[in-house]
Design a protein around this ligand. Sequence first.
Ligand SMILES: Cc1cc2nc3c(=O)[nH]c(=O)nc-3n(C[C@H](O)[C@H](O)[C@H](O)COP(=O)(O)OP(=O)(O)OC[C@H]3O[C@@H](n4cnc5c(N)ncnc54)[C@H](O)[C@@H]3O)c2cc1C
Length: 425
Amino acid sequence: MKIIVIGSGLLGVTTAYELGKRGFDVTVLDRGAESASETSHSNGGQLSYSHAEPWANASVLPKLPSWVFRDDAPLVLRPRADWEMTKWGLKFLRNCTSERARINCVNMLRLGLYSRERMMALAKETGIAFDYKETGILHIFDSEKEFDHAKEQNEFQAKFGGQERVLSREETLKMEPALAGTNRYIIGGIHAFLDGCGDARLFCQELAKYARERYGVKFVYGVNFSEFKTENDTISALSTDKGDLIADGYVLAAGSYSSVYLRDIGIDVPIYPMKGYSITIEADAACPNISLTDGTHKIVYSRLGDRLRIAGTAEFAGYNQNINPKRITPIVRAAKELFPHADWAQDISTWACLRPSTPDGPPILGRTPYSNLFLNTGHGTLGWTQAAGSAAIVADIMEGKNPAILMHGLTIDRYIAPPPTSKRT
Ligand SMILES: Cc1cc2nc3c(=O)[nH]c(=O)nc-3n(C[C@H](O)[C@H](O)[C@H](O)COP(=O)(O)OP(=O)(O)OC[C@H]3O[C@@H](n4cnc5c(N)ncnc54)[C@H](O)[C@@H]3O)c2cc1C
């Protein structure tokens, strides 16, 4: 059975690997010159399976007014004449209740823990190298309020399989000795010991190579997909700048652009680009070894081999991928404050891209109203974390099997009426 996967980022490559492994004849197409040329290129590197609290939660609401006009806010929101953003924003606000946030959190935790299982199996099977570390993520706190909130969240998630360890100030500093030089007063930490980190771009490129060599998956770069051609409730072809392409089934994994192509065929799903930034420096002894999350500034740190990746910021700026220096400054400032003895005189590499975000948090996996079109998209801030599990789920659905986890809150059904041909999962 011939399948075309649109998009060669984390979700496209992992899906192609899963489908190739199960005997499908898979072709992946991407407009970039290589895999991971857009959002999966230089992300924060965290495999934060235990971090399941959605951005849309009750604690965000009181902070929103002060974030709207501040250039250095973790979430930068500029009122714009953009109907898609307005609709997305209203849905986001509707999800900012404790009840909705809990439901979304449980759905994301289930997918996160399953993704951990699948990632470990994938790493073992393929043996690919991507600066992968399973040493956990250390969340650090300098505010009692934030620390208390995280502890409550930790207790809640423990009921659903989450496992993290609360640390005193001394234990936190001992776990990451590079924090000893910080200009901030760390009051404690939480060690998400199930978590890890790795280089997403290296992972995509190595996994693409593995899937090509081992399972015959074809990767075609420099192809621009423009629209789906439809016939009743099926996709009959893909229009591209290299001509029409035909397959038995199609997987859309086009990141933030997925919703644009879906809208053209009458499927309205709220995936909106949430822009993020990262910087990368050569790491030295003053840089952390364990992956860190600084909840106060909403910035993450991952040591990827001999580099340190630092990422953060959520900016609503439409589909503009330009690097705005105003957003880089707060990331560098926060990193210098936390690790003042690192080498900040070196050239800092900067990057920006668009997180394909849903207003409630979880991605959209599986069937659509078109019987041969499947989705693996909308992973927002957690696409690296959730890639391995999402791909296995989508491949299961395409094979006609029931996925290994409950699909509640992870499918298109939460936004539109269930597809008539859908096999209920
Ligand atoms: C600053 C930042 C930090 C992040 N940190 C983390 C983190 O620490 N942990 C984590 O889990 N997640 C993180 N993320 C999120 C994660 O990187 C994304 O969720 C993930 O990369 C999305 O992958 P994707 O495959 O959906 O999209 P992409 O990687 O963007 O892949 C989609 C592909 O589709 C292709 N495409 C789109 N339209 C077309 C077309 N018309 N024709 C042909 N090809 C097309 C694009 O070229 C692209 O390669 C971060 C994101 C950002 C921006």
